[in-house]
Design a protein around this ligand. Structure first.
Ligand SMILES: [Zn+2]
Length: 458
């Protein structure tokens, strides 16, 4: 342990601290937004003291997959902005997120500049995954420049109109991997999805209850098999977005066993719910791709979270309104897939993970902070260590909450919520982003106080 009494602006005192190497009662000193001291209780002195008694002190949460202010297929935009969404994230303990540069025809660098402009309102730090929807000479030429600027983790769709086909998927992995980037994928095999949808239409129909049958787990596994095969061929790391269940997980593990660097996230909704949600009258809320899987998958994903086989739990947040989803109430093929979840992610992971006994405190910090930072090259984030950014949450493990779409403080910021009515415990007393109070009582971070964080993939 190091101690320092000079130049420390703030000390966090009295909590149980999870540092990158140990767990215990420590003072944490912050200077100029960085962790400057970790010492025995009473050893660090500063004018401002944050009382953490009764709390755990953990690194801020990292949400690696959000769609803020997202352009919708119906021509509208999701019901939030970088400012409103990041205020909500910070209020519930998330201090860094990685959103996307939406795919658009033309220059990837110009699209990135437009998106960086939109993101300026954020109150927490952020990075962006560029979405690549066309591969040609000019987009290929821009990929190294994006990586150089720190927009180094990408997303390619393997289905939907914006997908790349196999030859371009393979080429993209080669190009992005050779340039030091992290090629990432929405992995659902398009031809197999079309086949499964045709069979579902014929045998069942396209009402909400039929939705999971239209996107079975083998479609995810086949896509991951293809992607990881190319990754192995070129020695490139790859990132798999929103792995939903055991079919995906087995394929990821098989590729890792063959020596491929496969990084993967799951999402909160795959850990909280099983596919019985589609039988309910509000089943439309859960039309998300890939679909929410059966109970055995949910339990299997929790085990993978606990033992370090997954790198992050994302929200895949998109703040649709009920009106945005309504076209698909009677026919899931007409629905915009996705759901809001930027605020609920961390309290749910705590309550269903730590409080339920599935995760230790260390395992929670690993999946919520340390592993996502490492997977996505956020080198100053995700751990309590000297020199790391002071992105810290003083977390009250007993603080109660009940999620309520009608409330401003316990919702994800739109007019419906897939977690409406759930209750649990665990919430921030104070959230700090680079030492500034961004969440907890009385925090009013100024618009735009968050910063773009360049990624350095390792
Ligand atoms: Zn997404």
């Amino acid at each position: 342990m190091r101690t320092a009494n000079h130049g420390v602006d703030v000390v966090i005192r009295g909590g149980r601290v999870v540092t990158d190497s140990t767990e215990g009662a420590f003072d944490i000193g912050i200077a100029d937004g960085v962790i400057a001291a970790i010492g025995e209780p009473g050893s660090v002195v500063a004018d401002e003291v944050i009382d953490a008694s009764g709390c755990v002190v953990i690194p801020g949460g990292i949400d690696p997959h959000t769609h803020i202010q997202w352009p919708l297929a119906n021509g509208g935009t999701a019901q939030d902005t970088f400012e409103s969404a990041t205020r909500r994230a910070a209020a519930w303990g998330t201090t860094t997120l990685v959103d996307f540069v939406p795919g658009a025809p033309g220059s990837l660098l110009a699209a990135a500049d437009r998106r960086l402009g939109q993101a300026e309102g954020a109150v927490i730090d952020y990075s962006l995954h560029p979405v690549v929807t066309e591969l040609n000479e000019s987009t290929i030429a821009e990929i190294p420049a994006l990586i150089e600027r720190g927009l180094a983790s990408f997303k390619v769709y393997t289905t939907y109109g914006s997908r790349l086909e196999s030859a371009d998927i393979r080429r993209f992995i080669r190009v992005a991997g050779e340039a030091g980037g992290l090629p990432g994928f929405h992995a659902e095999h398009h031809a197999l999805l079309e086949d499964a949808l045709a069979a579902t239409r014929k045998l069942r129909g396209t009402r909400i209850g039929d939705f999971p049958a239209s996107r079975p787990g083998h479609t995810e596994a086949a896509s991951i098999r293809e992607i990881t095969g190319y990754a192995e061929e070129f020695g490139s790391p790859v990132y798999i977005y929103h792995a939903s269940g055991l079919d995906a997980l087995r394929q990821i593990e098989e590729a890792r066993a063959a020596g491929t660097d496969v990084r993967a996230e799951t999402c909160a909704h795959y850990l909280v719910y099983d596919d019985s949600v589609y039988a309910g009258a509000d089943g439309w809320k859960y039309v998300i791709t890939p679909p929410i899987r059966p109970e055995a998958d949910r339990e299997g994903m929790w085990r993978a979270v606990a033992d370090g086989r997954l790198d992050a739990v994302a929200s895949d947040h998109c703040a649709y309104s009920v009106a945005d989803k309504a076209a698909g109430f009677e026919d899931f093929t007409a629905m915009e897939p996705g759901a809001p979840g930027i605020a609920s992610r961390m309290p749910l992971l705590w309550d269903r993970g730590v409080r339920s006994g599935r995760l230790s405190l260390r395992q929670f910090v690993d999946i919520n902070s340390t592993r996502p930072a490492a997977a996505l090259g956020l080198t100053a984030k995700g751990r309590i260590a000297i020199g790391a950014d002071a992105d810290i949450v003083v977390w009250d493990p007993d603080g109660e909450w009940t999620w309520d779409a009608a409330s401003d403080s316990t919702s994800n910021g739109t007019d419906y919520d897939i977690y409406d009515g759930l209750s649990g415990r665990g919430r921030p007393r104070v959230t700090l982003s680079r030492g500034r109070r961004v969440g907890g009582s009385g925090a009013t971070p100024p618009r735009g106080s968050g910063r773009f964080v360049p990624q350095r993939i390792q």
